[in-house]
Write a protein that binds this ligand. Structure first.
Ligand code: PLP
Length: 479
């Protein structure tokens, strides 16, 4: 690393990125390229000799940018947001600059200790029970993604139960979750060897706004116990992926606890909103949970990746995931004086991710972060109102956070035709390049999703998005 070259190139790169943000609204939000587009634009093999930064940045502009979907555009309303901010960006820079690999405490003590402190700070902002704090046997850890968070707690729960009932019982273990739960849990079940027939996907519908009914869980658990199976894991959602539904945590947690099951709460998107006192109610009942995750990279101004996971019993994680090869042995670990985060995750290596979350918390402060969340929720409320005032549209589920689920209403009671029309609308809107929304299916209906949460989104972008949607719909309805 040549520090003078870093200074010169670094400044140029920051200018380049700052210019990108300045002009971000000039790009089509959803990339309009065809599969394989880049193959014809770049050489077949790596260069033998160095090229200049200008040459590379020119290629970024002319060849890479067309294939970029602009997640940071103020008109990005698809999926859930993936936030970026000056503080998050600076944290990423610092992490790249230090270039440490913090698998054990000794491999960079500050990386472990800052992560523990920042996760405690965040837990306090959420008013999580003290058992999730690092002072006892609990604590928080940063995973890359919610999928990794869910996987490691499922592994911990599986090994906990297998330690008491014996490894041969693996095929009897049963996992419970609603049909709105993210496919990350299904994948975790595949990886952990849960028998596919022992994944109880409990049905939800519009009568509960797609929240899981506790009675369904209770019924399924009793049936499985009668059949000699071993219920061991329940996952509840706060903010489902399709419609941001919220499961009743307290009631589900009670059932989980009375059956000695691990209770996990996935709040990947909506968890951030719960730092606002008026939204904290949506995680009431988290006291009964064994683990809780939220993605700070979704809606907390922290650049991807930064998925936060808290557990009450860190021993469950470390008993399942620790290894102790000679080449990693050191006094602090052997004396059990420190946390070694390598034993809380699947990979060994880990980045200094807490820096960016620390910078976000320090450079913005909790009050600004709460206003940030509230502003998006207000914009979503405005969008919801615009939709409900138009007789051609309907809002499908009541909005709680900053996601609005809506569709063009059916004509002649023809749901098939209506689904096709909504698909056409999605295609028309997204191919305009003016905004990007995504879709889902609920009770067989194709639903359009407008998730507000990009840091640059303002009222004018929401209004403009609605105008584009309305015009495209009007064309489809009258053609
Ligand atoms: N859980 C929920 C509720 C989500 O919405 C998502 C993604 O949007 C995930 C889990 C998976 O997230 P990740 O990409 O961090 O694995």
């Amino acid at each position: 690393m040549d520090s003078e070259q870093l200074r010169e190139y670094g400044h140029r790169m920051v200018d380049f990125i700052a210019d990108y943000y300045k002009t971000i609204e000039t790009f089509p939000v959803l990339s309009q390229v065809q599969p394989g587009y880049l193959h014809n634009l770049l050489p077949d093999s790596a260069p033998d000799h160095p090229e200049t930064l200008e040459q590379v940045l020119d290629d970024v502009k002319t060849k890479i940018f067309p294939g970029v979907t602009h997640w940071q555009s103020p008109s990005f309303f698809a999926y859930y947001p993936s936030n970026s901010s000056v503080a998050g960006f600076l944290g990423e820079m610092l992490s790249a600059g230090l270039g440490i690999v913090g698998f054990s405490w000794i491999s960079s003590p500050a990386a472990t200790e800052l992560e523990m402190i920042v996760l405690d700070w965040f837990a306090k902002l959420l008013n999580l029970p003290d058992q999730f704090l690092s002072k006892g046997n609990g604590g928080g850890v940063i995973q890359g993604t919610a999928s990794e968070a869910i996987l490691v707690v499922l592994i911990a729960a599986r090994d906990n139960v297998l330690r008491s009932v014996g490894k041969k019982a693996l095929e009897k273990l049963v996992v419970y979750f609603s049909d709105q739960t993210h496919s990350a849990l299904q994948k975790a079940c595949q990886i952990t060897g849960i028998h596919p027939e022992n994944c109880r996907v409990l049905k939800t519908d519009s009568s509960t706004n797609y929240a899981l009914l506790p009675e369904l869980l209770e019924e399924a658990v009793s049936k499985d116990l009668e059949a000699g199976l071993i219920p061991f894991f329940v996952c509840a959602n706060v903010g489902t992926t399709s419609s941001a539904a919220v499961d009743p945590l307290a009631a589900l947690g009670k059932i989980a606890k009375s059956n000695e099951m691990w209770f996990h709460v996935d709040a990947a998107y909506a968890g951030s909103a719960c730092i606002c006192p008026e939204y904290r109610q949506y995680i009431d009942g988290v006291e009964t949970a064994d683990s809780f995750n939220l993605n700070a990279h979704k809606w907390f101004l922290t650049n991807f990746d930064c998925s936060l996971l808290w557990v009450k019993d860190q021993d469950s994680l470390t008993q399942a995931l620790s290894t102790n090869p000679e080449f990693l042995r050191n006094k602090a670990s052997q004396a059990n004086l420190v946390v070694d985060y390598k034993d809380w995750q699947v990979p060994l290596g880990r980045r200094f991710r807490s820096l960016k979350l620390w910078m976000v918390l320090r450079l913005y402060g909790a009050e600004t972060l709460k206003s940030y969340i509230r502003n998006h929720i207000k914009l979503a409320k405005d969008f919801e109102q615009l939709v409900s005032q138009d007789p051609n549209f309907e809002v499908i589920t009541p909005r709680i956070f900053s996601l609005v689920c809506f569709r063009i209403v059916p004509t002649d009671n023809d749901e098939n035709k209506c689904n096709n029309r909504n698909r056409e609308l999605l295609e028309a809107v997204n191919s305009s390049g003016k905004l990007f929304i995504s879709h889902t299916a609920l009770s067989g209906k194709i639903i359009l999703r407008c998730a507000i949460g990009a840091p640059l989104t303002e009222e004018k972008h929401v209004k403009e998005a609605w105008k584009v949607i309305q015009e495209a719909a009007s064309y489809l309805i009258h053609k």
